[in-house]
Structures are given as structure tokens and as C-alpha cells.
Design a protein around this ligand. Sequence first.
Ligand code: FES
Length: 65
Amino acid sequence: MSCSKRWVRVVPTGPVLVEGPVHIELSDGTSVDSDRFMVAICSCGRSKTYPLCDTSHRARVRKTS
Ligand code: FES
């Protein structure tokens, strides 16, 4: 493991952005790898691709007629 600091940004009401590549270990023992430059990790629990953010955290606006 590298000793250099990783860049992490917490987005209010959104994901946690982590400088990649990353290896994410989940509580159920499974893991996910991402080689992206920047990885968005879901912090809201609504992502269909959890632990990665799929933008499901964004508020849905209902149109009223
Ligand atoms: S933070 Fe984006 S889907 Fe959960």
C-alpha cells in the first residue's frame, strides 16, 4: 500500500469522491475494484450499483399540474 495521501472529498447529500484506483471491501465480505481516476462512493444507500454512486441521491422533482 502506498504511503502517499489520498484525495477524498465528501459531497453534501452526495457521494464521497476518492482518488482512484480503489479496492472497496464491504461488510458482507465482497469487494469492488475501480481503476477510475476519481471514484464516487455512495453514501446515501440508494445506489443500484452500491457501493458506487449511480446518482440516485439526486432529488427527484415532481411536476404538479
Ligand atoms: S450518493 Fe449517489 S447514489 Fe448514493
